[in-house]
Unconditional design. Structure first.
Length: 341
């Protein structure tokens, strides 16, 4: 093996990935960037994953296996990063595929933009848009967020970048921590933490990864990716963001008064945020009170100098409608209101 450290290390956790790992590895070994390694952290697989990995490592020294006891994806990712020798670390999943120029273009972006810590890319959806319409819509949403500013403002809606599409500077893990094990989605929590720490994140406009959506994907099967887990971790980071950016802290006015919105927004109260009013357009809700908090028509909202608005409606069409309404009233995103879900 070349003793010179590679520029890029691919951190690839794998668990029971025997059927998909060959395609993932083939896509990496076909990259136009030549100076890289693939650190595959086998998380105690019980299928053919170890055999597949050993066969690839025997053929190509760029494939570096780590055989670990089963402790979960956060531990496997951290182990891969700890073993990485490259200045840049590319995240990859064992059921996805890279397009040929992914490592080349992302490494070049980090080289040319020293102030950027993380660079993602657009992704191709690798599932059935009919059978997996929600996931496909999420892909379309993330693909529309191309700047640091857009991703930062959208991060309390959902993860604004596809986790396996990311490349970052290895030093960021020492500075801000890697994946944390807990009852929450480890990837989303890490990106929220790094955003909070001020890490700049860019996204390339090219689609450089095929993001597959198999039925056994962890986000579909792992309880840490349960919707309530997302809401809990979002509420913690959103509350801290509000404490720093809301001039009327701890009070907010929440746009949306439906049961789901109220349940999600109420998680903020555990972190000291106080909901001063719910604002809605449904005449059946307006004039009522919920736990002592009045429901008003959104046209009754005071101006941006008198309140901070939190748009907490999950549906995309309604989210855009609320944003347009607030901005027509002089509310600026990130200054007078923020969108969550």
């Amino acid at each position: 093996m070349d003793s010179t450290p590679p520029e890029v290390s691919v951190a690839l956790p794998a668990f029971n990935a025997g059927p998909t790992l060959p395609a993932a590895l083939d896509s990496l070994l076909a990259q136009t960037h030549t100076h890289f390694e693939i650190v595959v952290a086998d998380d105690g697989s019980m299928d053919a994953t170890p055999e597949v990995l050993a066969a690839y490592a025997a053929r190509d020294p760029r494939v570096r296996p780590l055989y670990l006891p089963h402790r979960g994806v956060a531990h496997a990712f951290n182990a891969a990063v700890a073993a990485a020798r490259g200045a840049f670390v590319a995240r990859m999943d064992a059921d996805d595929r890279c397009l040929p120029r992914r490592l080349e273009l992302q490494a070049a972006h980090l080289r040319e933009h020293p102030g950027t810590g993380v660079v993602a890319c657009r992704v191709e959806f690798g599932g059935s848009r009919e059978a997996c319409a929600g996931y496909a819509a999420h892909v379309d949403w993330t693909n529309a967020l191309l700047t640091h500013e857009a991703m930062s403002l959208a991060r309390f809606v959902d993860a604004p970048l596809a986790n396996p599409s990311v490349m970052f500077r290895r030093e960021l893990v020492a500075a801000h921590g890697g994946a944390r094990q807990g009852d929450f989605p480890e990837d989303y929590e890490m990106w929220l933490r790094w955003f909070e720490a001020g890490v700049r994140m860019d996204k390339l406009p090219q689609a450089l990864l095929v993001w597959n959506d198999p039925p056994e994907r962890a986000s579909r099967t792992d309880p840490r990716y349960d919707l309530q887990a997302f809401y809990r971790v979002k509420a913690e980071y959103l509350a801290r963001w509000l404490a720093l950016h809301n001039p009327h802290h701890p009070e907010v006015v929440v746009l949306g008064a439906g049961r789901v919105t109220r349940r999600r927004a109420a998680l903020l109260e555990d972190h000291g945020v106080r909901i001063a009013a719910w604002a809605d357009i449904d005449p059946r809700k307006i004039g009522n009170t919920v736990a002592g908090v009045p429901v008003v028509h959104r046209h009754e909202l005071p101006g941006p100098q008198a309140c901070f608005a939190l748009s907490y409606v999950a549906s995309r069409g309604a989210r855009e409608d609320i944003g347009a309404f607030l901005e027509a009233r002089g509310f600026r995103p990130g200054v007078h209101y923020i969108t969550a879900a």
